[in-house]
Write a protein that binds this ligand. Structure first.
Ligand SMILES: C[S@@+](CC[C@H](N)C(=O)[O-])C[C@H]1O[C@@H](n2cnc3c(N)ncnc32)[C@H](O)[C@@H]1O
Length: 261
């Protein structure tokens, strides 16, 4: 089988696909923000607006939702989605960077950032920006993927160990999930709380997309941690596990929330 090795963090099809797999976690991130009608809510790294539309339902027409993303295509798509859902009057998306948010100090009641920090070379700078724009008592919710927790049933565990090291090259901050609680445990924040959610599947097809399996194999071959033959053999072994109904894949996602001091 030929594998497509494209990977884009702002790929809408990919983000919608993952959203379906982790919808309970997305809902939980809204719950912990304790939004009220009329609130001003921010989603940083909002992608095509999957979560800003959910925020818009919570705060209602008396509130304001702002989505920020570095990708212009994602922002355009998110604005179209808000139009289609009839919430564009109070839901805007703008191109911007997490490290320099286009928001006034203390102007936001609640903010979230999902699977954003893994893409940043300086995630702590983005967290400092979140603190700046939140009002005292405002709440933040962060979600990220703990790539080191990725587990797949394989008959090639030593080869797989080398291939999974590729997460380290694919993301600017692959260990952001584990560092989020510490980044928030400063004078700037109160009441830091943590939940670890597991994503698991017995479907090779689901794991192939959600966990970037082809990209990992290609990355291993590029960096020399495995030969291309070994990388293909690893993928083929996973497919064989699936044919024999022994396929298993899991990864944990970390949700951390806190209140701005
Ligand atoms: C994995 S996607 C997650 C999108 C969305 N939060 C979701 O859960 O569907 C990461 C998003 O972060 C955006 N991004 C990456 N670096 C960024 C930065 N420095 N500032 C703002 N957005 C950024 C990407 O364009 C992409 O849309």
């Amino acid at each position: 089988m030929a594998y497509d090795t494209s990977l884009s963090s702002a790929n809408t099809e990919y983000l919608n696909f993952v959203a379906k797999q982790i919808m309970p976690l997305k809902r939980r991130s809204l719950e912990v923000l304790r939004l009220a009608p009329g609130d001003t809510a921010l989603d940083v790294g909002c992608g095509p607006g999957i979560d800003t539309l959910a925020l818009a339902r919570e705060v209602g027409p008396g509130g304001q939702v702002l989505g920020i993303d570095a990708s212009e295509a994602a922002v355009q798509q998110a604005n179209r989605a808000a139009e289609q859902q009839g919430c564009s009057a109070w839901t805007r998306h703008r191109v911007g960077r997490a490290e320099q948010l286009p928001c006034a100090d203390a102007s936001v009641d609640a903010a979230r950032a999902e699977r954003l920090l893994q893409h940043l070379s300086d995630p702590a700078a983005a967290i400092a920006e979140l603190r700046r724009v939140l009002r005292p008592g405002g709440r933040v919710a962060l979600i990220d993927t703990d790539y080191a927790s990725c587990s797949l049933n394989t008959r090639r565990p030593e080869l797989q160990r080398r291939i999974l090291e590729g997460f380290g090259q694919m993301f600017a901050s692959p260990s952001a999930a584990r560092r989020m609680p510490g980044w928030l445990d400063t004078d700037g924040w109160h009441d830091v709380q943590l939940e670890v959610h597991a994503f698991g599947t017995r479907s090779f097809e689901v794991a192939r997309t959600a966990l970037h399996l082809e990209e990992l194999a290609a990355q291993a071959a590029r960096s020399g941690t495995a030969s291309s033959e070994e990388a293909q053999a690893w993928l083929q072994d996973l497919e064989e596990q699936a044919r024999q109904r022994h396929f298993f894949a899991s990864v944990t996602l970390v949700l951390v929330w806190a209140e701005r001091a």
